[in-house]
Design a protein around this ligand. Structure first.
Ligand code: FE2
Length: 146
């Protein structure tokens, strides 16, 4: 694997870890009349993240690379912006989550293309699975904001 792909995968790993915590922040701190569905929906989203995190880290190991494995490392490379630990209304939360999902989808898409160019089809398949998940999540979020 080329260095750039290894870096892209570690970036994606770091962003997944930060998003996992950020989604908990929003799950805990959402307020408003639609508290219950948004609170529960965010739980459904963060419940998918540990598998993504583990899969990406193990893929790096399988290809002889070193996955980042500390919160300090993740914070050093993440592109995601964390939020303060405070209450937010759902209409503020949903666009933030949508933006993060669009950014994760773009990263997965770029990794998929690079892995394809290098003939690493296990990574292509993994990213295609993730891309389908992000597309569905973005559709849900857009529908919730209409
Ligand atoms: Fe919870």
């Amino acid at each position: 694997m080329k260095q750039e792909l290894s870096n892209q995968l570690n970036q994606y790993l770091a962003d997944s870890a930060v998003l996992y915590i950020k989604l908990h922040n929003l799950h805990w701190n959402v307020v408003g009349p639609d508290f219950k569905p948004v609170h529960e929906y965010l739980e459904g989203l963060y419940d998918t993240m540990p598998e993504i995190l583990d899969e990406v880290a193990e893929a790096l190991k399988m290809h002889g690379e070193t996955p980042l494995a500390s919160l300090k490392d993740y914070l050093a490379v993440t592109d995601l912006e964390e939020l303060p630990s405070k209450e937010l209304r759902s209409l503020e939360i949903l666009p933030i989550v949508k933006g993060d999902m669009i950014s994760m989808k773009a990263e997965a898409d770029a990794i998929r293309s690079e892995a394809d160019a290098e003939g690493l089809y296990d990574l292509v398949a993994m990213m295609e699975g993730h891309l389908g998940g992000y597309s569905k999540t973005i559709w849900f979020l857009e529908s919730m904001m209409k």
